[in-house]
Design a protein around this ligand. Structure first.
Ligand code: DI6
Ligand code: FE
Length: 399
């Protein structure tokens, strides 16, 4: 079935165009789940089964959230109160808080409960027009529980009209039963868990947390070697709280992305640019942790490192389920431009997930569109807590 969206202003995000690839008085013809034609109204065929008059509204590619931990049990609101009362991370960890408390709640929850808990978070993203969401494991920290998380992530894509891509994050934190034994945990759990997830078709990419409180570059390299053996792309939480060389390690492995990057430097940005790795900005965690060290945005610009923006939706450091607010934070806190934010949640977010069939409005791409009640694209970054979505089109269907 062919549908024509006419009388629209298009932000195509096309890499061959300047800026946002804007086409005033544009039109889009979709055929089934694909875009057939995009361009100036007079250049787009009008023979369609259905015609939608957009009445001058803006159309962008459906936003992409390229970094989330949407699946988890319980929440960490109590921990938030403790931190507001001045408790340190160490005190919280000693009292059983931190990632370990989410691990306990996730291990204790069945698949149905985890799915039921994640769906409202996913629905919040969908209400803002999001068409693709990356979902990580990383709160199971046992083979069985990591697989459970990835099964739930896959089910999210069955329960809602949204595209889910998964990342295996077994190397997220050290479970209590392996206290002080990181290498044993990698050997006994992370690597076998990755093999099992891959054999069951549950994993699209492999992630890790390279940090003093998590895993060393050498331990991450063991995980990345296994990913390479299985033919899986990699990405990495890197330089969030210190610089251990995680971004450069990710670049050495041709990673899709390195994420957080508050403590990255110009040489890291240059290595990432050479490798084509995307720098994923996660302002929600910076804001929620009240961090002070900002990622080196000017270095990414100077090196030509593509930047993306994501929610990092997770219970501990970024309980955020708004990509629109994430863009406002990336601009307000990190100094990204409107253009960088919008490219960062469309074309560059697709690149961070290794997806070539989405993130821009062009013939042959998925018909995942967002139609907005705005006068200028800047409104999508400017507002705080306001959703101007008019219509979401996913896989060619008006949802
Ligand atoms: N960095 C983060 O900020 C989150 N994970 C990571 O690698 C923290 C996750 C949590 O605190 O639950
Ligand atoms: Fe994260």
């Amino acid at each position: 079935m062919k549908t024509l969206f006419k009388n629209a202003r298009l932000a195509t995000m096309h890499p061959d165009a300047d800026g946002l690839g804007i086409i005033e008085n544009g039109a889009i013809l979709i055929d089934g789940g694909s875009i057939a034609q995009v361009g100036h109204a007079e250049d787009v065929a009008t023979n369609a089964d259905k015609v939608i008059d957009c009445e001058g509204r803006w159309i962008t590619p459906a936003p992409i959230d390229c970094h989330t931990h949407l699946v988890y049990g319980g929440n960490r609101a109590r921990e938030f109160e403790m931190r507001l009362a001045g408790a340190s991370y160490e005190e919280i960890a000693r009292s059983g808080g931190g990632i370990v408390s989410s691990v306990r709640d996730t291990r204790d929850a069945g698949e149905d409960a985890l799915l039921a808990a994640a769906l409202p978070r996913l629905d919040a993203l969908i209400r803002e027009g999001v068409g693709t969401v990356e979902v990580k494991s990383g709160y199971g920290l046992s083979v069985e529980a990591e697989l459970k998380m990835l099964c739930v992530a896959r089910k999210l894509g069955e329960e809602r009209r949204v595209r889910i891509v998964t990342s295996y994050l077994g190397a997220h934190a050290l479970p209590p039963e392996y206290k002080g034994r990181h290498d044993d945990y990698v050997t006994d759990v992370v690597l076998p868990g990755l093999e099992a997830a891959h054999s069951e078709g549950l994993v699209d990419a492999v992630d890790g947390f390279c940090e003093g409180i998590a895993f060393s570059p050498a331990q991450i390299a063991r995980v990345f070697d296994k990913a390479r053996e299985l033919g899986l792309p990699v990405k990495l939480h890197a330089e969030q709280l210190s610089n251990l060389g995680g971004a450069r390690l990710a670049a050495e492995y041709g990673a899709l992305s390195a994420d957080h990057l508050e403590y990255a430097a110009l040489n890291d940005a240059q290595a990432m640019a050479r490798a084509g790795s995307v720098a994923v900005m996660l302002p929600g965690a910076f804001y929620f942790l009240r961090e002070t060290q900002k990622p080196p945005v000017d270095a990414f610009r100077q090196a030509g490192t593509a930047m993306a923006v994501a929610t990092d939706s997770n219970p501990g450091t970024s309980p955020l389920t708004s990509l629109l607010l994430s863009m406002n934070m990336a601009a307000t806190l990190f100094g990204l431009t409107v253009e960088e934010c919008l490219l960062g949640t469309t074309r560059n977010a697709a690149k961070a997930l290794g997806l070539s069939d989405t993130g821009t409005l062009a013939p042959g791409k998925r018909a995942d569109l967002a139609i907005w009640n705005i006068e200028t694209p800047a409104e999508l970054v400017y507002r705080i807590g306001f959703n101007p979505l008019h219509r979401r089109i996913w896989n060619g269907e008006i949802t």
